[in-house]
Ligand binder design. Structure first.
Ligand code: MG
Length: 252
């Protein structure tokens, strides 16, 4: 099932994609799937970020080849940082290039959307708390990341958490092809099988620290091949079994 959040006119809502249509849900998908009876054409709506997040917990260095390209050691436990909810944008929204950065990179990642409140959950139980999966671009001001040491500024700009186009609920994430394209050119090509910590391990590990709420996102880390974007560029994160998240970079 593919769950979207959308806007049409003044109305926003959640829905389930059915071919070229959206079947609107009553309320949110977090208390069960109940249809409102209203249908819309997918082509008539604006897709929003597919969930409202209280926080985005991002994982650093979860692929060996990416840790190597940044000349970092492989972490012994998941390395976590936060991206603010105000950074979240959806499919088709613009990434704004900050005036104070000279290097803004893409990082294509598998996004994990939390479905149920989770605190101190085991790895064995972790996937019961997941609603589904989406494409994620952990946009990063690399020059500020190097300068600061702490990553909040470099990772926290408005529009630096692109999510979408939807949440795929039925998916085995153990071996999914993950690709990032810049202006149609392949830049990152890896597989979630190369993740150091699995999705279940990540959900469990984050839940040992903080309560995960429905709609929260865990960005599971980027593979090697990261690189800079320029104003006007089109970036696409594509994951097998989910789809393609596309955004353009624009001037402030
Ligand atoms: Mg990242």
């Amino acid at each position: 099932m593919r769950i979207v959040r959308f806007q049409i006119g003044n109305c926003t809502g959640y829905g389930v994609v059915d071919g070229t249509d959206i079947n609107q849900l009553k309320g949110t998908p977090f208390n069960g799937i109940y249809y409102s009876g209203q249908n819309f054409k997918l082509s008539d709506v604006k897709l929003l970020a597919p969930c409202c997040s209280s926080k985005v917990v991002a994982i650093g260095l979860n692929y060996k080849a990416h840790a190597a390209e940044l000349k970092h050691d492989i972490p012994e436990s998941p390395l976590m940082f936060l991206k603010p909810s105000t950074a979240v944008i959806g499919h088709g929204d613009d990434i704004i290039y900050p005036v104070i950065s000279k290097q803004v990179d893409f990082e294509g990642e598998l996004g994990v959307v939390i479905g149920k409140q989770a605190y101190l959950v085991s790895t064995a139980d972790a996937l019961k708390y997941v609603l589904g999966y989406t494409c994620f671009n952990d946009v990063t001001a690399r020059d500020l990341q190097r300068k600061d040491g702490q990553w909040t500024r470099a990772k926290g700009f408005d529009t630096f958490a692109a999510v979408g186009p939807w949440v795929e609920t039925n998916l085995d994430t153990s071996a999914l092809k993950l690709e990032t394209f810049l202006n149609g050119e392949l830049k990152q090509s890896s597989n979630t099988a190369n993740m150091i910590f699995s999705v279940a391990e990540l959900v469990s590990a984050v839940s040992q620290v903080m309560t995960l709420l429905p709609g929260d996102i865990i960005a599971s880390g980027t593979p090697n091949g990261i690189g800079p974007m320029q104003i006007g560029d089109e970036v696409e994160v594509k994951i097998d079994g989910i789809g393609s998240l596309q955004n353009r970079v624009r001037h402030h």
